[in-house]
Design a protein around this ligand. Structure first.
Ligand code: LCS
Length: 405
């Protein structure tokens, strides 16, 4: 039998992390227990000294969590994964593991809002320095590196502008300066982008999004490439305590089985929705990596296996019209988050990226009129019809929202 790592991702998604279980169960059991009984006092002491392998306490290790973690490690091509209580817990764990007082971070300016405020508001208090820069230009990254830069942190596509960065070029620049490249791969999932193959050192995800895919779990994950890195990160995560629990691990592992089919369908739908928006007279601009109008269309084709499910756009009527669109849809739901089977729409300047402040948003080109769409797996004609109907109402006084479903 070939190792699971040698199979294509469709097969990995279904089988990775699944072993043999009591009664011939085909799905890993949920070990919903906080602690594990020792055989005797010597056994407990041996486990704590690391002389014997076994489970001690769920914050440290749990079989249901490990099953999910090993699935994600396989999908991303890493050696190990560490399940976290949220995407933000994963971001936090990575910075805690890699940074000390006096270190410098180069971070893309278009990243999830709370990632920027974690760096400035929390790590800033402990003497970590950070610059938020336009990482779409590798030359800019090279220019902004300092001798004390330890981490280059990027999202590509960036939330919410969908600006891309060239992972291979940036990994090279980071490594020449003995810094590590950390990639938040949430927007792509391993189905569409493989950062380790392009030189990244650490990958993280908000599993709340595509990996789980059903808008019913908040979770995160860090994926690493070596045993030594894993031991470091595990010790930090164990001490911080931001671990995922067994039931959420079970749900994420279940969600991962359909990752490939979901993401492919979301891609197809998003491509059609983006084309529809681009051709609509009330839309001023659309940013989607699958459209030739995306300024980094060539990079998207080279680096990504598909353009993804996220679309940014702005209406000719600015945010007033944008609000009418968000209030006028009925299949799309007005909610933050993304990557699930259901289509969502939201307004970054007043929602996901409000905490960044206006000056930083302007630097990152997160305009007040930008509306962000996450395309789900519904019938695409229904989605387009929903948007068409809502856009027809834009420009008229805002109507009350009524759900069609
Ligand atoms: N990284 C990215 C790229 C994200 O989009 C998010 C959440 C996180 C990390 C944090 O993950 P969490 O702790 O929420 O699991 N992004 C959100 C968004 O755009 N809308 O709502 C949450």
């Amino acid at each position: 039998m070939r190792s699971i790592r040698q199979f294509p991702i469709e097969t990995q998604a279904v089988h990775a992390g699944v072993g043999e279980y009591e009664f011939g169960a085909v799905v890993p059991p949920i070990y919903q227990t906080s602690t594990f009984r020792f055989k005797d006092s010597d056994h407990g002491a041996r486990l704590f000294r690391g002389e014997e392998d076994g489970y001690i306490y769920t914050r440290m290790r749990n079989p249901t969590v490990e099953a999910m973690e090993s699935a994600i490690a396989v999908l991303e091509g890493g050696t190990h994964a560490l399940g976290c209580a949220s995407g933000m817990a994963a971001v936090h764990t990575v910075f805690m593991a890699l940074l000390s007082a006096g270190d410098h971070v180069l971070c893309s300016d278009s990243v999830y809002g709370p990632t920027t405020t974690l760096l400035t508001g929390v790590f800033g208090k402990f003497g970590v320095q950070v610059d938020f820069i336009d990482t779409s230009s590798p030359e800019n990254v090279a220019r902004m590196m300092r001798p004390n830069t330890k981490v280059v942190y990027v999202e590509t596509p960036g939330n919410p502008t969908l600006v891309l960065c060239d992972l291979e070029a940036i990994a090279d620049i980071a490594h020449r300066n003995r810094a590590l490249l950390v990639v938040d791969n949430t927007f792509m999932s391993p189905v569409l982008q493989r950062p380790f193959e392009l030189g990244a050192d650490v990958i993280l995800h908000s599993m709340t999004k595509f990996l789980n895919g059903h808008a019913d779990v908040v979770a995160g994950v860090v994926v690493v490439k070596s045993e030594a890195q894993y031991r470091d990160f595990r010790r930090i995560l164990n001490q911080i305590g931001g671990v995922i629990d067994p039931f959420n691990s079970f749900l994420v592992h279940r969600g991962v089985k359909t990752l490939d089919v979901r993401v492919r369908r979301q891609n197809e739908n998003a491509m059609k929705v983006a084309k529809f928006l681009e051709g609509h007279p009330k839309i001023a601009w659309v940013r989607y990596p699958g459209l030739e109008s995306h300024p980094q269309y060539e990079l998207a084709r080279r680096q990504m296996k598909g353009p993804g499910a996220m679309i940014a756009c702005e209406l000719t009527g600015g945010i007033t019209a944008g609000r009418a669109l968000m209030n006028g849809v009925s299949i799309f739901q007005l909610a933050v988050s993304l990557g699930g089977v259901e289509s969502l729409i939201q307004h970054p300047a007043t929602m996901t990226h409000a905490s960044m402040g206006k000056a930083q948003r302007e630097q990152a080109k997160i305009t007040d009129g930008l509306v962000r769409i996450s395309v789900g797996i519904e019938n695409v004609d229904d989605l387009i019809e929903d948007l068409r109907h809502a856009l027809d109402g834009c420009g008229r006084p805002s109507e009350s929202r009524e759900s069609a479903i």
